[in-house]
Design a protein around this ligand. Sequence first.
Ligand code: ZN
Length: 97
Amino acid sequence: MSRHHTRWRNGAGAKARARLARTLPAPCCRCGKPVTAEMRWEADHIVALDQWPESKPYPDSLIRAAHKSCNRAHGGRIGAAKTNAKKKADKKGAMPW
Ligand SMILES: [Zn+2]
């Protein structure tokens, strides 16, 4: 798995989210519309973790609230590619020949 996921699981993500939760409502860092606690939102990284030097701690100031859909639209490329590939495969499988 990518570094992004390893680092995200070590608890830093949950902490950042808890910290951000206290700042809501706040503008979404992707679309600029307000994110409220009632919405589905995630802690998003202004600089991708993959691009951040491993030797430096990731600053909280670079973690912002984003709508879940906005965050996914940005960072979900691998997931989307997988889904698309699966869709294609399903179509193929459904063909009569
Ligand atoms: Zn948004």
